[in-house]
Design a protein around this ligand. Structure first.
Ligand code: ATP
Ligand code: FE
Length: 365
């Protein structure tokens, strides 16, 4: 079985061909990061145009490097939600054209489920497992029960950790920093934090009194912004210039986010143990999504799993951020389980607005 996966939910145009054994036969990606860094955030019509300009090249590159012709594919899998409607529409319309041209089954993919199951392409991890998804748009703790059944334990009540890191790095003007100019917000903060002293700033860990597994990052971000403003005044510099204490603020930001995530995850593990939601031996925590590429956050989570007798698995950074491989692999998972395969796509209209009408249930509840 061979699946072509297409990803356009946000700002990366990705495509890949993956086989049943998780071999990546061909892949290609076009990142819009540099454009969006310059405008200080994603402008949806700009993202849509960049997807439209690049999708044909990216898909062809993935196919050509795989040595597979479209006729040989078993199915075409494409992200249909969640994401920016205008961006999703480009991938969906392109896929549906291919589906019709080559008479192939279509597999609609939930982007967060794809992040959650990427790990199974690399490791032999059986269901059920606990999954922590930390990315630019989400913060989710769930038990993955099978390919299409996820039990939601907690989620962010306001913004996602990647969004917080991106906003703090914008506020710190990392785009003007010689080391970090072309890095994503999270990468920039991680890079600077290596040389910072987190103890010089004390940001409170959010929600420590809350007896649940939800997350919150907006209050923390406000506090950090407040401290940055105060420091700018002390140093007599304008917004846009680089603070002398930037590494210390980055380190304290990363530390606080890491510990908030770790504490909520620890609660979730205790809950799973009490309710017998995970195997009694060799239970696994899977961490994925762009923020999971952060080495410091991984190390903090490793100390949590070590102390609770669990294994920790994270895909490599390249597979944590958005890519076509995870979409193709989710297609393989669905083919194997025989769920969510559409042999007739006549009913799907692919104007972005019509996306809401597609009958793909939102499994993350
Ligand atoms: P979602 O998956 O929720 O729809 P998304 O697809 O935009 O959101 P991803 O591509 O999974 O998000 O992740 C992008 C986020 O990951 C950005 O916010 C970025 O700052 C963050 N990120 C990337 N590398 C790192 C890193 N080394 N440390 C922390 N955060 C990082
Ligand atoms: Fe993502």
């Amino acid at each position: 079985r061979l699946v072509l996966g297409i990803e356009t939910s946000c700002d990366d145009t990705g495509a890949a061909v993956v086989d049943e054994n998780g071999r990546i036969l061909g892949e290609a990606i076009h990142s819009q990061k540099e454009v969006h860094l310059k405008t200080g955030g994603i402008i949806p019509p700009v993202a849509q145009k960049l997807h439209a300009d690049n999708i044909d090249r990216v898909v062809n590159e993935a196919l050509v490097s795989s040595g597979i012709t479209p006729q040989e594919l078993s199915a075409i899998a494409t992200t249909v939600k969640p994401g920016l409607a205008l961006s999703l529409g480009i991938g969906l319309s392109y896929s549906l054209k291919m589906v019709n041209q080559y008479s192939k089954p279509f597999i609609p993919i939930h982007h967060m489920e794809a992040h959650a199951l990427t790990v199974r392409l690399l490791h032999n991890v059986d269901f059920p497992f606990l999954v922590l998804l930390i990315s630019g748009g989400h913060c989710i703790l769930a038990v993955a029960k099978n390919v299409s059944d996820f039990l939601l334990l907690g989620q962010s009540l306001d913004e996602a950790p990647g969004e917080t890191l991106d906003k703090v790095s914008r506020r710190l003007s990392l785009i003007n920093h010689p080391d970090c100019a072309s890095m994503s917000g999270g990468q920039g903060i991680e890079h600077l934090a290596q040389n910072g002293n987190r103890k010089l700033y004390n940001f409170r860990i959010p929600m420590s009194q809350h007896q649940d597994c939800n997350f919150s990052f907006a209050g923390l971000r406000n506090h950090i912004n407040h401290v940055i403003r105060k420091k700018e005044m002390e140093e007599g510099i304008q917004q846009g210039q680089i603070l002398s204490c930037i590494a210390d603020i980055a380190a304290a930001t990363q530390y606080t986010i890491a510990f908030h995530i770790a504490k909520r995850t620890q609660r979730a593990i205790l809950f799973c143990k009490k309710e017998c939601l995970l195997p009694s031996t060799a239970a696994t925590l899977v961490v994925s999504g762009g923020v999971a590429s952060n080495g410091y956050i991984r190390r903090v989570l490793k100390s949590v799993t070590d102390s609770m007798d669990m294994a920790l698995l994270c895909p490599p950074p390249k597979l944590c951020t958005d890519n076509g491989v995870m979409i193709a692999w989710n297609g393989i998972e669905r083919l194997r389980a025989g769920v969510g395969i559409m042999n007739n796509t006549d009913g799907i209209r692919y104007e972005p607005r019509a996306l809401l009408g597609i009958d793909v249930s939102d499994h993350v509840r």
